[in-house]
Write a protein that binds this ligand. Structure first.
Ligand SMILES: Nc1ncnc2c1ncn2[C@@H]1O[C@H](COP(=O)(O)OP(=O)(O)OP(=O)(O)O)[C@@H](O)[C@H]1O
Length: 637
């Protein structure tokens, strides 16, 4: 069937894209062609149907569905669009620029889609299920996740370790009683105990709450309890950088446990992490992987870190590739930005905002941890989920933790007051500027100029990790591209060597320039988001250097590099999974910028370990803190 041939009986609401874009604000060509193609497909199969008079409504719903997918939702709940005027826009004087389109109420829309018979089993490309419209692909990914979860929750025989006495001994050895502070519940201990009797668990918490520390104890417990059976364990994260950090944190945690555990147990704790893509085995130019539902991984334990960054398709593919015996432990901060691509897996898996277990689970936990009051039983319990709440990094009166909390709780006034106090130097760790850029020259001098004088590449990487400028957008005055150009101009003013460097002027490359890779190159082993430094080697040639692990630096000829860009400044989205000593966040000037959200600000703020500089107007800050990222999915009510 030729999809582009319109069945003659059906008249589409817009003859071409230009007409639709004049009428509907915010659409892109791809939304229009998606709606047109799938409406035509539907009607070509239903020429005699009574729904023909509804072509406009169907077209508009499909248009809204595609706009939703583009915004990262995995579906479109009809209740979000029913009875509304969508795509309408007018200027500040009330002059209408786009008329938009109106949709019928929920009852009529539901009746229409029921009549179309596009239920999940109808083998259609667009599916209507549970009052939501889906593209079939995303529906199937979501089903994979949902059925994985229900299989874990319903099957007690998946639980590997059932000897509670042995469990209790092991847990109490890992968490000696003197770890208990002022009768506070040690949630790290609870999290380990909780994960030990489940094949699936989620340990969630903000930065520095000890997720990696806790999970290292969990791995130690699994090794101790496996009774000489060598477990096949894998540690993964969504990006190379996050995988590297996970390895480093586990090595650091293991080093601190020498008083708690014998050397043979410590040695058996895995420390090598890899990306999820690497574990699954990338097939070049294909979205599929070597390991999948028909060719499963041989694993007993899988730990996934930074789950907020994992999108729905990747999580579904990962879970499909696991054998049923595999224990899965997910770690992440559910309050961070969701994945760039579709879905909000971690947010969906953490539907309640504090730990709440069933009475049965509480009974088990009390028995093995000897902690008596783990909480009241609740109907809303989610037994696989434990929150760690005590930040080991941002305690006391440090401004970063206070600001992060106020932002994620939507407290615009309180967070703004913190910034004002910071201006008066009353809050440690914070500095605030009103879109002035006064800080830029000083921080470039402090952090970026010294890179040129670093005595070794290792030292340069170390210094580079101390500071980063973060922006919400790529383009525009406050975007990454412009900020990078400004830093380079300042560096040229400060460094006479750079001013006279004709090679730099011709190629844009110079010694100690930080770069970020923008596309995967499997042959070179370089991936989107990898950060490197242009560096003059001993032979006097400029090479691109990448820190593959703490003691392995890879040198690549600049001419062989995949697409890359300068990275004195980067987007907040791209910094997920990384941290820096000092972070400077530059926000857009327009409060209506659609990228602004409290999750974006929170993610940016929590990238800073010691010092944070914020550059924002008041109206922009308020908008950012008040707006929340919402992602629709079939996990929600
Ligand atoms: N119970 C504890 N006792 C002592 N030190 C701890 C404890 N829990 C965590 N820490 C220390 O606190 C720091 C942060 O812990 P960790 O790296 O595990 O946190 P995280 O939640 O994984 O943080 P992020 O993912 O943001 O890096 C580490 O230096 C760790 O050794």
């Amino acid at each position: 069937m030729n999809l582009l041939t319109e069945p003659h009986a059906i008249k589409m609401p817009y003859a071409r894209y230009s007409e639709a874009s004049r009428q509907i604000a915010g659409i892109e060509a791809i939304d229009y062609f998606f709606a047109r193609q799938f409406s035509q497909l539907l009607f070509s199969e239903r020429q005699e149907s009574g729904v023909n008079s509804q072509v406009n409504n169907i077209f508009h719903c499909f248009l809204a569905l595609h706009m939703s997918l583009r915004a990262g939702h995995s579906c479109l709940p009809l209740k979000e669009i029913a009875g509304q005027l969508l795509g309408f826009a007018s200027d500040e004087n009330g002059v209408v620029s786009h008329q938009g389109y109106a949709l019928p109420d929920i009852k009529s829309l539901t009746a229409l889609f029921n009549e179309l018979a596009i239920a999940p089993d109808a083998q259609q490309a667009i599916i209507f299920d549970g009052q939501r419209l889906y593209l079939r692909r995303y529906y199937l990914f979501e089903q994979t996740l949902l059925s994985y979860l229900s299989a874990q929750q319903n099957s007690a025989d998946h639980i590997v370790i059932q000897d509670e006495k042995a469990l209790a001994q092991c847990i109490n050895r890992l968490f000696p009683a003197n770890n208990q502070i002022n009768d506070e519940i040690d949630w790290q201990k609870v999290a380990v105990a909780n994960a030990l009797n489940k094949t699936f668990s989620v340990i969630a918490g903000g930065p520095g709450t000890g997720k990696t520390y806790t999970v290292t104890k969990l791995l130690a417990a699994l090794v101790s309890l496996s009774q000489a059976k060598a477990l096949k364990m894998a540690l993964v994260a969504p990006t190379g950088k996050a995988a590297q950090r996970l390895s480093e944190s586990i090595v650091q945690a293991v080093a601190g446990f020498s008083d708690l555990l014998p050397a043979d147990i410590l040695q058996a704790i895995p420390t090598n992490s890899q990306t999820i893509h690497r574990l699954l085995g990338v097939i070049p130019h294909s979205p599929n992987f070597i390991f999948n539902q028909d060719n499963k991984l041989d694993l007993d334990v899988l730990l996934v870190d930074e789950v907020s960054m994992v999108d729905l398709p990747l999580m579904a593919r990962l879970l499909s590739a696991l054998p049923s015996r595999c224990r899965v432990i997910l770690l992440g901060d559910a309050q961070q930005l969701p994945s760039v691509a579709a879905g909000s897996v971690l947010a969906d898996l953490t539907p309640i905002k504090q730990t709440q277990y069933s009475a049965e689970n509480q009974g088990y936990l009390s028995r093995v941890t000897q902690i008596q009051h783990i909480g009241r039983a609740s109907k809303n319990s989610v037994d696989y989920l434990t929150y760690l709440t005590k930040s080991r990094r941002f305690d006391g009166q440090g401004g970063i933790g206070l600001l992060a909390n106020a932002v994620i709780n939507g407290e615009s006034e309180q967070s703004w007051q913190l910034l004002q106090q910071a201006k008066a130097h009353q809050v440690p760790q914070l500095a605030w500027y009103d879109n002035s850029r006064l800080w830029l020259t000083q921080l470039v001098k402090q952090y970026y100029l010294p890179l040129q004088q670093a005595s070794s590449i290792e030292q340069a990487f170390d210094w580079l990790s101390q500071f980063r400028i973060l922006a919400a957008t790529r383009s525009g005055e406050t975007g990454v591209e412009n900020l990078n150009a400004q830093v380079e101009t300042i560096l040229q003013q400060l460094s006479p060597a750079l001013q006279t460097n004709t090679h730099a002027a011709q190629t844009g490359l110079y010694h100690a320039k930080p770069i970020m890779i923008l596309e995967n190159d499997y042959a070179l082993g370089l991936y989107n988001g990898d950060i490197g430094l242009i560096w003059r080697n001993n032979a006097g040639h400029l090479m691109a250097m990448f820190e593959q692990s703490a003691d392995n630096i890879q040198a690549v000829l600049p001419s062989r590099l995949p697409q890359f860009e300068t990275v004195y400044a980067m987007t907040i989205h791209k910094t997920q999974g990384s941290e820096f000593g000092h972070v400077a966040i530059v926000l857009p000037k327009d409060p209506d910028n659609q990228l602004l959200s409290r999750e974006l600000l929170y993610t940016g703020i929590t990238r800073a370990k010691q010092q944070l500089t914020i550059d924002s107007h008041k109206a922009v800050w308020y908008q950012g803190v008040e707006r929340q990222v919402i992602r629709y999915s079939g996990f929600q009510e």
